[in-house]
Write a protein that binds this ligand. Structure first.
Ligand SMILES: [Zn+2]
Length: 224
């Protein structure tokens, strides 16, 4: 047998036998704890490597496998959310802008929750938000709450501002298009403190480029 056959053989025959296990009336090995078979016959009398049966998970084994799977799913989810936060936030402080840290001062916060709850619809209909108001009224916090909540649902979000975008564009002269298409690849783009950048002609042109590309990508944009 070659290595591949050996591996298949081990898979097909590996059986963990416990002292309390027993052979049932059908000739199969049974688990002494849950009294479920640990083996099953191949259908229609078929055989593999001369064996007429293959291992099967009894209830105890199934429970262990399910628990391992659940733990693996949780770990994978945390990794995904962490990766989205690393990629999507331009400032680590943004990680703290979430509904759990809401001090209740912003009466419009329910709209942020609603936006997250209705995300499927918002995305499908390309609904964005325009948040305006005086300095210190919590617009960035509001948008950050949406970003964190959506990332928790494994939605790719980017939260940045034009001062950073203009810096990045200046630094990546050759790959501007690539940079802008990367911004457009996020399911939601949040531009914080829009209008703070004072308009040089170059700056305004880039602002136009980014907004226009985002518009053409038909994905939502939130601007504060
Ligand atoms: Zn069992």
């Amino acid at each position: 047998m070659c290595d591949y056959d050996n591996a298949i053989f081990r898979l097909a025959t590996a059986q963990e036998t416990e002292p309390e296990d027993y052979i049932g009336e059908d000739g199969l090995l049974y688990c002494g704890k849950c009294r479920q078979p640990k083996e099953a016959y191949f259908p229609e009398g078929k055989t593999l490597f001369g064996r007429d049966r293959h291992p099967r998970a009894c209830d105890c084994k199934r429970k262990i496998l399910d628990e391992q799977q659940a733990a693996e799913d949780i770990r994978r989810h945390f990794d995904t959310v962490e990766r989205l936060k690393r990629k999507g936030f331009t400032d680590p402080a943004m990680r703290e802008w979430n509904f759990d840290n809401d001090n209740g001062k912003c009466p419009q916060m329910e709209f942020a929750r609603e936006y997250v709850e209705q995300w499927g619809h918002m995305k499908a209909e390309n609904h964005g938000l325009l948040l305006w108001g005086n300095v210190g009224t919590g617009k960035s916090f509001f948008a950050g709450c949406i970003a964190n909540a959506l990332m928790k649902l494994e939605v790719p979000v980017c939260m940045t501002n034009f001062a950073l975008i203009l810096n990045d564009l200046a630094a990546s002269y050759k790959d501007r298009n690539e940079y802008i298409s990367r911004l457009c690849s996020f399911h939601l783009l949040i531009l914080d403190d829009f209008g703070m950048e004072r308009g040089t002609e170059y700056g305004l042109e880039q602002v136009y480029n980014v907004i226009d590309s985002r518009y053409r990508s038909q994905k939502p944009l939130i601007v504060t």
